[in-house]
Design a protein around this ligand. Structure first.
Ligand code: 3H9
Length: 702
């Protein structure tokens, strides 16, 4: 065995050269790996004793792709395209031994090999689009030659991986093997024994020529793949490049792909998406967590309350294979809750998103009871009842009496004081907030609220539980509304003001949707139910004249057919309503507010800048420890478009100075001191500082 460099080794066994990469944790194709691979393949090709080559990896997986931290920095040669060209040009057969995941550049290097085998549980795909990129090392040219341009465009624009079985059926791999390297060696020996011709993927034309003659089906597939992605650069570039695979000669297609990649990689959209990629992984890390704190193992869970949230949370546990009991107050509520869960799963089965037997297994893991004693031997309890502090305190007092020592006691509160909840127990250290987002079984974000009492073990267990449930946990501090809802409250205040001052819900929503949110704030309010915010406002003695009047008139949104919009005959499509404008005009007159035309830029600034200001306050107070955590909260909990990077990333693009000046203007206009720039924002404006410098070393080159 020869150690080529720190990442690559080469061994020759019985005429087969084994080139093995070892670059933990995910075998990213960083510079040292690329350099080592080129040296190894050249050596293997030059060695007369070598008749075939196997390319494999050590560790957990085949290559997970290019090293994303290198993007945006000067490229160090050899580039990945050059590495792949070396393998492809080998006169000796090269077999890729895929296992774990082969993603992005990882799959691209495999496509440059003459053959590919994979273990049965391997997954492979080209997820570059999720980083605002296109596959830039031949993926858009080679994959269509293997699977056909239609399938390739769907796979590349979605960025979703396929399993080994599907890959075999589609022609991406040649064989499924029990053990990747041994299987690849056996495959290589068979190729030699049977003198199987080496047909490079680049030379395969059977699947692309017919599409060149008649591209209609491709264009339809491309259109379907791009639906709802207007304004996002990467998916459109993916389509263009896959189109090149059948319109241009291979080398020209490859060159065009490289140009498109280079353009995207320096663009703000890709920078934003790479930022979110790393921010997501950073968010669960708790800076003051001592080494050696171990999370408790979660084998059993209890959810208090079988309403929409409680049911959704119970589904999360069942989906993760953890038995869960729902505790309710009456048989009727329990039956209703369990039926809702059954119904939600049944819809997934109907849509083909879930197999019936998988549904049966999940449903069997969920039980319901009125007996609180189920809590006695559970590892985690999540309370999901009404947002009412008295009720929550009472429940936690009861949990304290029944739960065994060490059980994590979590509240799914979205706004309330977790300190106060914890203080209603004799073990406040075991209490945290676990704020799920609705629908809890779908939304990825989980705000983990540490109170001033939460123990490190409790926080570690909450984070581990979040990961177990497939969520993206972000640890935040205790304050009214935590990170997400506290910022959202600023936007809601502006929404109400804008209505009074003359803006229409549809105009404001259009501005927010144009930025990339799936929905504007009024349509979102109608979907969630306007009564929720109304109840909270009443509890706090806060007034919102237009929204309150709508609720007083029974207009709670979609569920009542009317809210800020009209929803006719059970439709979910919002139809603007002149009555709402009229109502806003009346309220404005009564309050002496002069109505006017409000420009799109003003709407934009008022929708986003007050939230950014609140984000700065949240950082000042240490409620979030990193600016990037706030971006993760908004990307995964509130629909902030990932290609806009989150509020703090976006603020850095605009510049704190511009935002400060706008806020000063709106603060003066409204008389609302809350709109005055926060101390941190002012400091950033004065010093030219950036949010991205706060709390985390940026991994994405500016
Ligand atoms: C590409 O290939 C471009 C080419 O087409 C063209 C080039 C010219 N680079 O996710 P985890 C880090 S674009 C650098 O927790 P898991 C990650 O930040 C690439 N670092 O593990 C984390 O660091 P830390 C296309 C990476 O087991 C640690 O590894 N490929 C990379 O839950 C562990 O990560 C992709 O988009 C990387 N490529 O999941 C795949 N990947 O410990 C991206 C990970 O400091 N990766 N890290 O926080 C993934 O989807 C997941 O990491 C994977 C493993 C599924 C592989």
């Amino acid at each position: 065995m020869v150690q080529i460099n720190g990442c690559i080794e080469l061994a020759v066994v019985d005429g087969v050269a084994l080139i093995l990469a070892d670059n933990p944790p995910v075998n990213a194709l960083g510079h040292a790996v690329r350099e080592g691979l080129v040296a190894a393949v050249r050596q293997a090709v030059a060695d007369a004793a070598v008749r075939a080559i196997v390319l494999g990896c050590k560790g957990r997986m085949f290559f997970a792709g290019a090293d994303i931290t290198e993007f945006g920095k000067p490229l160090k040669q050899p580039g990945l395209q050059e590495v792949i060209a070396e393998f492809e040009a080998s006169p000796k057969p090269v077999v890729a031994a895929i296992f774990g995941t082969a993603l992005g550049g990882g799959l691209e290097i495999a496509l440059g090999c003459h053959f590919r085998v994979a273990s049965a549980d391997a997954r492979m795909g080209l997820p570059e689009v999720k980083l605002g990129l296109l596959p830039g090392a031949g993926g858009t040219q080679r994959l269509p030659r293997l699977v056909g341009p239609q399938k390739a465009v769907a796979m590349i624009v979605a960025g979703a991986p396929v399993g080994a079985k599907q890959a075999l059926a589609d022609g991406i791999i040649d064989e499924i093997v029990a053990e990747p390297v041994a299987g690849a060696v056996a495959f290589a020996k068979r190729v030699l024994a049977e003198a199987v011709p080496l047909v490079k993927v680049r030379d395969r034309a059977a699947k692309i020529l017919p599409v060149r003659e008649n591209p209609a089906a491709f264009e339809a597939a491309a259109k379907a793949a791009l639906k709802k992605l207007a304004g996002v650069d990467a998916p459109a570039a993916c389509v263009e490049s896959v189109r090149n695979s059948f319109m241009l000669p291979f080398e020209a297609g490859l060159a065009a792909e490289r140009d498109l990649f280079m353009k995207l990689v320096v663009g703000d959209q890709s920078r934003a998406q790479r930022h979110i990629f790393f921010a997501e992984r950073e968010a669960a890390k708790v800076p003051d967590m001592p080494a050696g704190v171990k999370p408790a193992v979660i084998k059993k869970a209890v959810v208090i309350g079988g309403g929409t949230m409680g049911g959704g949370i119970a589904m999360c546990f069942a989906n993760a294979g953890v038995p869960v009991s729902i505790v309710e107050t009456t048989e009727e509520f329990l039956a209703k809750g369990l039926a809702r869960i059954q119904q939600t799963y049944a819809v997934s089965v109907e849509r083909g998103a879930l197999q019936q037997d998988a549904m049966d297994k999940r449903v069997a893991l969920i039980t319901g009871t009125l007996d609180w004693n189920v809590i006695a031997d559970t590892d985690i309890v999540i309370e999901a009842v009404f947002e009412e502090i008295g009720l929550k305190k009472e429940i936690f007092g009861k949990l304290d009496k029944i739960a065994k020592p060490g059980t994590l006691l979590a509240s799914n509160t979205s706004t309330l004081d977790v300190d106060a909840i914890a203080e209603s127990t004799s073990r406040p250290g075991d209490v945290v907030g676990m704020h799920f987002f609705s629908p809890a079984n779908v939304m990825k974000l989980l705000e983990i609220v540490r109170s001033s009492h939460s123990s490190m073990a409790a926080i570690a267990t909450a984070v581990a539980a979040g990961k177990l449930l497939g969520k993206i946990p972000v640890v935040v501090g205790n304050c009214d509304g935590f990170v997400g809802n506290r910022m959202l409250a600023r936007r809601s205040t502006e929404c109400e003001r804008l209505l009074l001052e003359g803006a229409k819900p549809q105009d404001v929503d259009a501005v927010v949707v144009k930025f990339g949110f799936p929905m504007g704030p009024y349509a979102m309010g109608d979907l969630a139910g306007l009564d929720v915010g109304w109840r909270i406002r009443k509890g706090r003695g806060v007034k919102a004249p237009v929204s309150d009047a709508l609720c007083e008139a029974g207009r709670f949104g979609q569920k009542t057919g009317k809210g800020y919009y009209i929803y006719e005959n059970g439709s979910r499509v919002p139809v603007p309503d002149a009555e709402v404008i009229e109502l806003a005009a009346q309220k404005a007159e009564a309050l002496g507010i002069k109505r006017r035309n409000i420009s799109e830029p003003e709407i934009f600034e008022r929708m986003f800048y007050p939230m950014i200001n609140e984000a700065a306050r949240i950082l000042e107070e240490g409620i979030a420890v990193r600016a990037s955590d706030i971006d993760v909260v908004w990307a995964y909990g509130y629909g902030w478009p990932v290609w806009q990077g989150g509020p703090c990333f976006y603020a850095d693009l605009v510049g704190a100075k511009v935002i400060c000046e706008a806020l000063e203007h709106y603060a003066a206009m409204s008389g609302d001191a809350g709109l005055q720039p926060s101390a941190l924002l002012r400091k950033l404006a004065e010093t030219g500082g950036k949010f991205s410098d706060i709390g985390v070393a940026a991994k994405v080159a500016a």
